[in-house]
Ligand binder design. Structure first.
Ligand SMILES: [Zn+2]
Length: 443
């Protein structure tokens, strides 16, 4: 009950507090807020304490590997990376996600082994997080009763707030279980709101279409970095309603779509700088400072996501930065050798997705994997696989042919293996490329 009241309070605060009216007011307010955050929180971090009192731009830009390497000195609770790794790996094996480290929920972000981030979140931070999501996403008033189904790859106590009895009930559905069991439980639960990564929403939609469950959610929220059109269309068609989107990562709750479908970054509690990769098209990687994170400070943290800024104000009137779309991760950018220069040319994943999206009568789904600059591997799901491969190859060659590159060879890797557990990345590069090699920092 205490938890629910606290969440309601955070909800009300996030929703109704006075907001700055212009970008200038917002930036001035954020600068003040950052200094207060530095005095209150960063002064307790051995890594950040020497910077307190200085402007934000004096702080170092951090990426995931730096965050992992310097975790022990960055956090404000004397948590140790080794202890978190041991605990997180043990909980993943036992699928018992209750254990806490000194009252703090800890875990590893999803990702390939060796490339996983760490997170540490206190109970207060969890309530803020749930309150903020409710404030940005709930249709109508929070005073209604809602049953919310959260489909997640790995449970964490982070998500177990507001789960008992009250107005807002949450239930967690562990995607490690068979999809048939998940659907049976969803059918029994009859959620008003479903939040989950797009591929699990898609599996639920396919089960609903096949008559294996009958739920009537009033809101469907995709909670990953990228919601591909191929999934948006299918899920929307099955449930007869548009799909909402929140933008969240291990690094926190970063943005939510408004009624016009624009994702606005949560600049009421995060500050965002742009590391431009291409100003002309609005593409940038966000460098985030989060004023709500007091255990593991997120200060000038560069995400691997590529966002495309809107070039016009959103009709909803929000002054928070509007994102036309989230294009993907840096590792989703393919790279092929230039025909005329000794360098690699980036091929943005949207070109690849667009090339294949319009062939959806033959290609139900696809995976494009580039393991080296000279080859592109294709996996397809289709009733007519060889015809689909011919079409995919032709569409991709046409899309890539618009760039000044040596055409990679296409290889047919057969059918896709789907799993609700694994994060779907339809377009993926699996060899390392440096950000600076594709876009020098000065551009
Ligand atoms: Zn808007």
């Amino acid at each position: 009950m205490i938890d629910e009241l606290q969440i309601l309070w955070h909800y009300a605060r996030a929703r109704y507090r006075p907001v700055p009216r212009s970008r200038r007011d917002l930036e001035a307010w954020q600068a003040k807020r950052f200094q207060a955050f530095a005095r209150r929180t960063l002064s307790r971090s051995p890594f950040y304490a020497p910077y307190v009192g200085r402007p934000l731009e004096d702080y170092p830009v951090i990426d995931k590997s730096r965050m992992v390497a310097d975790f022990d000195t960055m956090n404000t609770r004397k948590l140790r990376r080794e202890a978190i790794l041991d605990l997180a790996l043990a909980s993943e094996r036992s699928r018992d996600f209750k254990p806490l480290l000194h009252g703090i929920s800890v875990g590893l972000s999803s990702g390939t082994s060796g490339n996983r981030g760490l997170f540490a979140v206190s109970p207060t931070e969890r309530r803020l997080y749930v309150g903020a999501i409710l404030a940005k996403c709930l249709p109508g008033s929070i005073l209604r009763r809602y049953r919310i189904a959260l489909l997640l790859r790995a449970n964490n106590t982070l998500y177990e707030e507001a789960s008992k009895g009250g107005r807002i009930s949450y239930r967690f559905f562990d995607l490690v279980r068979p999809i048939g069991d998940i659907c049976a439980d969803l059918d029994a639960y009859q959620p008003d709101i479903i939040i989950g990564p797009p591929q699990s929403l898609r599996l639920v939609a396919e089960a609903q279409a096949a008559g294996r469950l009958a739920i009537k959610p009033v809101k469907i929220i995709s909670s990953a970095e990228v919601l591909d059109d191929i999934d948006r269309r299918r899920i929307g068609a099955v449930f007869g309603r548009p799909i909402d989107q929140i933008y969240q990562a291990t690094e926190g709750f970063l943005g939510a779509a408004c009624r016009h479908g624009t994702i606005h970054l949560n600049e009421d509690f995060i500050h965002v700088e742009k590391r431009w990769i291409d100003r002309a098209s609005g593409r940038f990687m966000p460098i985030v400072t989060d004023f709500t994170r007091c255990t593991q400070p997120i200060v000038r943290y560069r995400l691997d996501d590529i966002l495309v800024a809107r070039d016009t104000p959103c009709p909803c009137g929000s002054i928070h930065l509007g994102i036309a779309r989230i294009e993907g991760r840096f590792d989703d950018i393919l790279a092929a050798p230039s025909r005329t220069h000794d360098r690699l040319v980036p091929i943005m994943p949207d070109f690849i997705r667009d090339a294949l999206a319009h062939a959806h009568d033959v290609i139900a789904d696809y995976r494009i994997i580039q393991r080296d600059p000279a080859h592109i591997d294709i996996q397809l799901s289709s009733p007519e696989p060889s015809h689909a491969f011919a079409i995919a190859q032709q569409r991709l060659a046409a899309a890539i042919g618009r760039f000044d590159v040596l055409m990679p060879a296409f290889r047919n890797l057969g059918a896709i293996e789907t799993s609700a557990l694994r994060k779907v990345r339809r377009v993926e590069r699996r060899f390392p490329v440096k950000l600076e090699d594709l876009w020098p920092a000065s551009s």
